[in-house]
Design a protein around this ligand. Structure first.
Ligand code: NAP
Ligand code: ZN
Length: 347
């Protein structure tokens, strides 16, 4: 086993604190990555507080990992020592189900090995995330990262990036579409950048008036303050698509009313409690409520390559790992501009 250290939550009630633990050895098809930066996702907070249920403790969060390969197994073909590598939300999957065969590992029916708060495919070895010095992962689950982009701003692409890129691609959202992005946080700001880059007319739907100027800088053409009745009424029946990135309970019926006939609200946000949806919100206008989870390996690589080509990165605030707990408090208040990223040299 490899001795390492990170920051962990020991249970759902206590703050993250330094923790020493062991990683598995580097096997034939594994790479060991020395972590440079790790993004802070709202999913980290949901899981350390056990808001979704079933959390495994101690938990080292972090699934927006960027680092350099420091060791390789003897069968590794895609990476050499010194290469940049990224790891997102998954470190393995069954490799045998239909979804895995189609590059949709995020929908693996055999059970995904999530980067943390999960188990390896042996179904017993715990996985630990990127708020740590190093990670060992199968080479197939490590992504190539361009040397061209600022690394700290690339880390969030591994979750916030792919989670918003994937539904935009799946529903072929682009030129001629009016798309609303609900919630301007980590996911929301990447959704704005991608949707604008794909040629859609982008409207930011936000509860924070203070984010209006930033939304426009990120590429939004319009800004609607969702807490202002007149403002939100002005976009009733307006959108072809809404990408819903909200992390907390909210009124789905209200946002469904903003869709055109046949419009689709795509949920990527994962509030901890069930939503109440009125049948009428869907049947009047033949609307759909859909969902999307991260993205598979081929699409994640495609997204990283697209970002390198089009110079797209995340807007980040770099933090010292000792400030992680106060960063979570700011995240809960919607005070993120627009992704916290931990500089792992501060560990
Ligand atoms: P975040 O940075 O905290 O952003 C969430 C944004 O939602 C906030 O900035 C705020 O934007 C808005 N918001 C918060 N509370 C709200 C409320 N009560 N009503 C309306 N709007 C509210 O979070 P994130 O990291 O982007 O993650 C967002 C959600 O996506 C989380 O639930 C996370 O677990 C989930 N997630 C899902 C996937 C997936 O695969 N589908 C992947 C990653 C994350 P405004 O200030 O603009 O209103
Ligand atoms: Zn995430």
């Amino acid at each position: 086993m490899i001795e390492t250290k990170g920051y962990a939550a020991q249970d759902a009630k206590t703050a993250l604190a330094p923790w020493s633990f062991q990683r598995r050895e580097v096997e034939a098809d594994d790479v060991q990555i020395n972590i440079l930066y790790c993004g802070v996702c709202h999913s980290d907070l949901h899981q350390i507080r056990n808001e979704w249920g079933g959390s495994l403790f101690p938990m080292v969060p972090g699934h927006e990992i960027i680092g350099r390969v420091s060791k390789i197994g003897n069968k590794v073909k895609k990476f050499k020592v010194g290469d940049l590598a990224g790891v997102g939300c998954m470190v393995d999957s069954c490799g045998e189900c239909d979804n895995c065969h189609h590059g949709l590992e995020q929908y693996c029916t055999g059970g995904i090995s999530f980067t943390y708060n999960g188990l390896e495919q042996d179904k017993k070895t715990r996985t630990y995330g990127g708020y740590s010095k190093l990670v060992v992962v199968k080479e197939d689950f490590a992504l190539h990262v361009s040397e061209k982009l600022p690394l700290k701003a690339v880390a969030p692409l591994l979750c916030a990036g792919i989670t918003t890129y994937s539904p935009l691609k799946h529903w072929k959202i682009g030129k001629g579409h009016k798309v609303g992005i609900l919630g301007l946080g980590g996911l929301g700001h990447m959704a704005v950048k991608f949707a604008a880059s794909f040629g859609a007319e982008v409207t930011m739907l936000s509860t924070s008036k203070s984010k209006e100027a930033d939304a426009k800088k990120l590429g939004a053409h319009k800004f609607i303050l969702t807490t202002n009745e007149a403002s939100i009424k002005s976009v009733t029946g307006y959108f072809d698509f809404i990408i819903d990135t909200v992390s907390a309970p909210h009124n789905y019926n209200l946002y469904l009313s903003l869709l055109k006939t046949d419009g689709i609200q795509i949920c990527v946000g994962a509030p901890p409690t069930p939503a109440q949806i009125l049948g009428f919100s869907l049947l009047s206008g033949r609307k759909s409520l859909a969902g999307s989870s991260i993205g598979g390996l081929p699409e994640t690589q495609e997204m990283l390559d697209y970002c390198a080509e089009h110079n797209i990165t995340s807007d980040v605030e770099i933090i010292n790992i000792k400030d992680i707990n106060s960063a979570y408090e700011r995240m809960l208040k919607g005070d993120v501009h627009y992704r916290f990223v931990i500089d792992m040299s501060t560990l």
